[in-house]
Design a protein around this ligand. Structure first.
Ligand code: ADP
Ligand code: MN
Length: 515
């Protein structure tokens, strides 16, 4: 309904549609408004904005989505409850709005959409439903004109009939009339027809609420159109993040660092520790949110299904829990690495499928991946030996194989290499553990050989240096076959003697490479 809607409201008797308007035709008002009024309104708006920005950091601010329907939602927070109630209210409001819209348009050929007045704007609503026509134009026919006369003296009348703007009755009526200036979606009831007098206090409270609602609505629209990162995070996850901020554990969540197939990583400034054990929260944190869209994780089954640590649990779990297990796995693996002194993010907290860890980088800038940084040949060599050492310690001290080790999952920070992304890491005795290790070795060898490190071992030498398995084969195919044979021997052992198995036999214990 573009044509009718775009027309500005005419002076004098309103056009026919006005009589049908559910809010009634706007009455011409000649309310005085002092400069001080305008200023304070502006100030209030500004303060409101400031307050909102502080209270609702960007990434977690948007509160659309079905909070109410979620199972297991912890309702301990008052603010959360308030938000949930608001959501419920908004949904009811939208339903009412839809009925009004239908009634208003009837079977008229020209129809007006109330879409923009809706409180809840679902992500996945069909775009045709979101189409904006006249609402986007400057002049909204539903919005009463702002009072135009602005007498500077602050009073009206003459002699003994003089009344100032502080007069209670005048002020009350004025406030009631001014409610018409709130956005039409803000329900004010039928106060205007009833000669309702609002106290300044009530009026101001309503005004604040109307402004914040307008802001919220605007923000929803903005987000809907511009944010791709947020689409990756569902409402329940946002709620979780929001609670971390609300609890003061995180100061603010500043934005998204990475959107992958299986996870989204955010940057946050750390807050205060919330419990007594007084674990200091790092000044900057990375929040890894494991995606709850299940199909992305299908191809990872083999990592976790055969990991004996998770074997008993796997069969009993629903997909949502399996995803939480990835996060849990990353946490355990990081902790092992931390204990072995391998440079990696430090675990801060795990909540469901959300893992908070220390941020590798500074001032919101994440450390570059090894693939993106141009190192001097000296640093390159240094990085290589450091990685060799880390792979050995990971294998021997942590009893882990990274299983996705490459220049994509190593960051260069503070003049050294940091290992990240260890949710898929497995123990060497995992049925495919040695194959994963061999793949890791291939990635590392190739990267450093291409990078001009002449000392770099080839993948087979590297594999032996890490595992001490001393496989003698001098070609890829035979080497691979021996690896698989070893895995088979191990599997048989597991079948016979139960799940916990000793590490692979190795002759002697050559020292770990010392940087
Ligand atoms: P995935 O590759 O599975 O999406 P990662 O754990 O590799 O998940 O994280 C994706 C990206 O996010 C990394 O490549 C890195 O750039 C960034 N990142 C992850 N964790 C951190 C961290 N603790 N500090 C800084 N950046 C991080
Ligand atoms: Mn990664």
């Amino acid at each position: 309904g573009v044509a009718a809607a775009a027309a500005p409201p005419e002076a004098g008797p309103g056009p026919a549609w006005q009589s049908k308007c559910p809010w009634g035709a706007p009455k011409p008002t000649s309310i005085s408004c002092s400069l001080a009024d305008v200023m304070s309104e502006q100030l209030a708006k500004e303060l409101q904005l400031e307050e909102e920005n502080a209270a609702f950091p960007e990434v977690v601010a948007v509160a659309e989505g079905p909070f109410i329907t979620g199972e297991n939602i912890d309702t301990s927070s008052d603010l959360m409850l308030a938000q949930m109630l608001q959501m419920e209210f908004d949904r009811e409001y939208d339903a009412q709005l839809r009925r009004e819209e239908k009634k208003f348009n009837g079977d008229s050929k020209v129809s007006i959409s109330f879409e923009n007045y809706r409180k809840v704007h679902p992500f996945d609503s069909d775009s045709s439903e979101d189409e904006v026509d006249w609402q986007d134009t400057r002049h909204d026919p539903y919005r009463a004109d702002k009072p135009t006369t602005t007498p500077k003296k602050g009073f009206i009348g003459k002699g003994k009939d003089i009344t100032t703007k502080h007069d209670e009755v005048v002020c009350g009526r004025k406030n009631t009339a001014r409610m018409e200036n709130f956005a039409p979606e803000f329900q004010v009831g039928d106060g205007i027809g009833m000669d309702l007098k609002l106290s300044n206090q009530v009026f101001n409270a309503l005004k604040q609420h109307a402004y914040s609602e307008e802001r919220r609505s605007a923000r929803l629209h903005e987000k809907k159109e511009h944010s791709t990162a947020e689409k990756a995070v569902d409402p329940k996850t946002r709620l979780l993040l929001y609670k971390m901020v609300n609890a003061g554990m995180l100061e603010t969540i500043t934005g998204c660092i990475s959107t992958g197939k299986e996870s989204v990583v955010f940057h946050a400034y750390g807050g205060k520790s919330t419990n007594e054990d007084d674990k200091v929260i790092p000044p900057e944190c990375a929040i890894k949110v494991f995606k709850t869209t299940l199909n992305e994780f299908k191809n990872r089954d083999k990592y976790i299904k055969d990991d004996y640590r998770f074997k008993d649990r796997f069969s009993k779990l629903n997909p949502r829990k399996i995803i939480r297990m990835w996060a849990e796995k990353e946490m355990h693996n990081l902790t092992r690495m931390q204990n072995a002194g391998i440079p990696c993010p430090q675990v801060v907290i795990l909540k469901k499928h959300v893992l908070v860890m220390s941020f590798i980088g500074q001032d919101q800038v994440p450390a570059p991946k090894l693939k993106d940084v141009k190192l001097s040949s000296e640093d390159m060599k240094k990085a290589y030996y450091q990685i060799l050492n880390m792979m050995q310690r990971l294998y021997k001290e942590c009893s882990l194989v990274h299983a996705d080790l490459s220049e994509y999952n190593m960051l260069w920070h503070d003049g050294k290499v940091w290992l990240i992304d260890v949710s898929q890491s497995v123990e060497p005795t995992h049925p495919h553990g040695l194959e994963f290790l061999f793949r890791d070795c291939r990635n590392v060898s190739q990267f450093f050989q291409k990078g001009g490190v002449t000392e770099a071992l080839n993948e087979r030498e590297l594999f032996n240096a890490v595992s001490d398995l001393n496989i003698a084969a001098d070609n890829e195919v035979d080497f691979q076959a021996e690896i698989e044979a070893l895995e088979k021997v191990n599997e048989d052992h597991v079948q016979k003697h139960g799940k916990k198995v000793s590490a692979f036999p190795s002759d002697g214990d050559p020292p770990i490479y010392d940087e």
